[in-house]
Design a protein. Structure first.
Length: 53
């Protein structure tokens, strides 16, 4: 959404929110084929006192 021409902050916010809502309806997220978090890198074993990441 290009709102460079709109100077009023509240008006710009309204336009952006409306565009976001419209986009969500037109292009919904497709469902995942895998479990959430299953593709995260796993930490196998770590020395005590070390931060994991």
């Amino acid at each position: 959404m290009n709102t460079t021409t709109v100077t009023n902050k509240l008006e710009r916010k309204k336009l952006k929110r409306a565009a976001r809502r419209k986009r969500k309806l037109e292009h919904p997220l497709k469902p995942r084929e895998y479990a959430r978090g299953s593709q995260k890198r796993k930490v196998k074993k770590m020395a005590r006192g070390q931060s994991k990441r």
